[in-house]
Write a protein that binds this ligand. Sequence first.
Ligand code: MN
Length: 503
Amino acid sequence: MLDLSFESPKPKVISGAKFDWELVIGMEVHAQVASASKLFSGASTEFGSEPNSNVSFVDAAMPGMLPVINEFCVEQAVRTGLGLNAEINLWSAFDRKNYFYPDLPQGYQISQLYHPIVGEGEVIVDMEPGIARRVRIERIHMEQDAGKSIHDMDPNMSFVDLNRTGVCLMEIVSRPDIRGPEEAAAYVVKLRQIMRYLGTCDGNMQNGNLRADVNVSICLPGQYEKYQQTNDFSHLGIRCEIKNMNSMRFIQQAIEVEARRQIAILEAGGKVEQETRLYDPDKSETRSMRSKEEAHDYRYFPDPDLLPLEIDRNWVESIRSSLPELPDEKKLRFINDFNLTEYDAGVLTAEIESADFFESVASSCEGKLAANWVINELFGRLKKDDLSINGSPVSPNQLAGIISLIQSGDISGKIAKELFEIVYSEGGDPNEIVEKRGMKQVTDTSAIEQSVEKVINDNPDQVAKAKINPKLAGWFVGQVMKATGGKANPKSVNEIVAKKLNL
Ligand code: MN
């Protein structure tokens, strides 16, 4: 088990006109399963296809069509559950959630209300080194996505694109354990990171691959602790749900704006209505979409077209044994094996591609130095060119080559940066470049001695001054470095200058 000890962050407090208020947040994240075909049909899930080109008879709800479960999607839901340390339910079932929507031709969404495939789990949400929140997961269920209604292409008509209809979503439901807007965003970041490590969801928020519904309520200080002791939700205040947010920034803004709205109502003696709201980033407000429905409003009932989903314990265990090393484990290992700070290990493990790149570099040179070079030089340079780690012009091998040359004392840190720039823009083998262009550090002490003697002989005034003020030795070091084109080993130069000046 993971042994990264941490403290919980303080809850966010917002001051109203009369009282201080605390936030209580629970989230429902819809994550699209990274599957080439839909949950109950063989139609493609490719993003950006011609409208209504990825629609099977099942998706279009033609009479007599029957859904057939996609085993790959089930496997991804199980994988995700295992990655969140959750219970896997070997017996689960699908229900119909009835509602009319133009982009949902069935007139119902197939979902899992009563018996979800994944039960309780948890996510450790990192806030800063040593500070993290343990957020409990209540459940994960599988369900179909709806299509897309398009209202802004024609003044008189709306269009419907059913390409997304029937795509498999995992709805990940948390307990109300999140205590501030930053934590809410960090929670989604962590979920996304874990799913990307697992390969179960691309987490591309722009494409709507990952969307968050946020339940926000406010309470007075001390009330949350009462809820924790009694599990009585009435201590948490009435919640409002803000639907369908697909950016970390909007999630944070919406929570803040919604909390202030609720504070104003309660402090004026009013009552918060439980409802579903939408966040409007242009006006920076949330507005009512509909009063909150309860499960019975949807007339949920078991889908008669689908058998209960029974999975085998051995199958679950074989999926468990194929899980990759997850972000928390990897981070801890980087801290221990490479002597990295928690912060650096966090930066390197944020994306699995960066972590792999770093490990590949560190396999043939010193780890701490490798981390510094990947984080400071490489990431900085890639950012400048708007490149991802996958598009890095410098390979792990090349970077390890540069770092090894520093370690062996063949080049100084300063020359290494020049070398990095050459490799980055022109490619090539670092060793060969250093040989060919004569970039090697001069460690031959007799050559350095000659150069030091020349500077001393040419500058008797400076020598006299340095005898009185030994700090002026630095000037001689600078002159020698200049004379050798920065290639003299600075340590040797320092020593020889001090010796020759008799300091
Ligand atoms: Mn849902």
